[in-house]
Design a protein around this ligand. Structure first.
Ligand code: HEM
Length: 185
């Protein structure tokens, strides 16, 4: 595994401009996040169910929906607590979530709109409740960081798998991708 989750988290925090103040705002809203997690989960899975391909994935494994409900509730709450204040534990957990989705063949085309749904619904609830809107921006940022973990897991797993199978070096692999992308234009 070439990606080191904690380093990746730090890099993403810098790129997303997630500040200590953002983290403090999220943590001060952790109880609210916990309270809304069940609603968010219902909304999220109702959204996934409307898409035939995603609904099939959801119902493919036994007990999958029950597991998903509880893990998604935890996930949403963790967005506010940062688990260990966005440390090693948080980074490892996000990396694992990425790997789980890669294994299931759930790709960018599925997760990007799904994450947008989480952000959109959060914003909607905040406004409906007349709650302080300052939580929206930090929550959007951390959602984008989590999304980056899932997306990056794809790239890492795919490139590692090809390199392992073929014995190609990373630079050869990158060159072949660049050539392939060039020929697709
Ligand atoms: C916003 C994007 C998403 C988030 C935050 C998210 C969150 C999670 C979490 C926290 C887990 C548990 C991982 C573990 O077991 O360690 C999980 C698993 C899973 N997710 Fe997602 N997910 C997202 C998008 C999707 C999409 C688009 C699908 C498409 C159907 C999906 C289907 C699944 C499935 C099937 C599992 C495995 C359930 C099992 O058998 O245990 N997820 N997801």
């Amino acid at each position: 595994m070439s990606l080191e989750p904690r380093q990746f988290l730090t890099k993403m925090e810098q790129r997303m401009l997630l500040t200590d103040e953002d983290k403090a705002i999220l943590q001060s809203n952790a109880d609210w996040g916990k309270e809304k997690a069940s609603h968010m989960t219902d909304h999220f899975y109702a959204y996934l169910e409307r898409d035939e391909e995603m609904a099939n994935i959801l119902h493919a494994g036994q007990g999958r929906m029950d597991r998903l409900r509880s893990t998604f509730i935890e996930w949403f709450h963790e967005m506010f607590t940062g688990m260990d204040n966005w440390g090693d534990e948080y980074a490892q957990r996000r990396w694992r979530i990425g790997l789980v989705h890669v294994k299931l063949g759930i790709g960018p085309q599925h997760v990007v709109p799904a994450m947008a749904t989480v952000i959109h619904e959060s914003e909607k609830i905040v406004k409906e409740e007349g709650k302080d809107v300052s939580v929206i921006n930090p929550l959007s940022k951390i959602c984008m960081i989590d999304l980056a973990f899932i997306e990056q897991a794809y790239v890492e797993v795919s490139s590692q798998a090809v390199q392992r199978e073929t014995g190609w070096t990373e630079s050869l692999f990158r060159r072949l991708i660049a050539t392939g992308a060039g020929s697709m234009q």
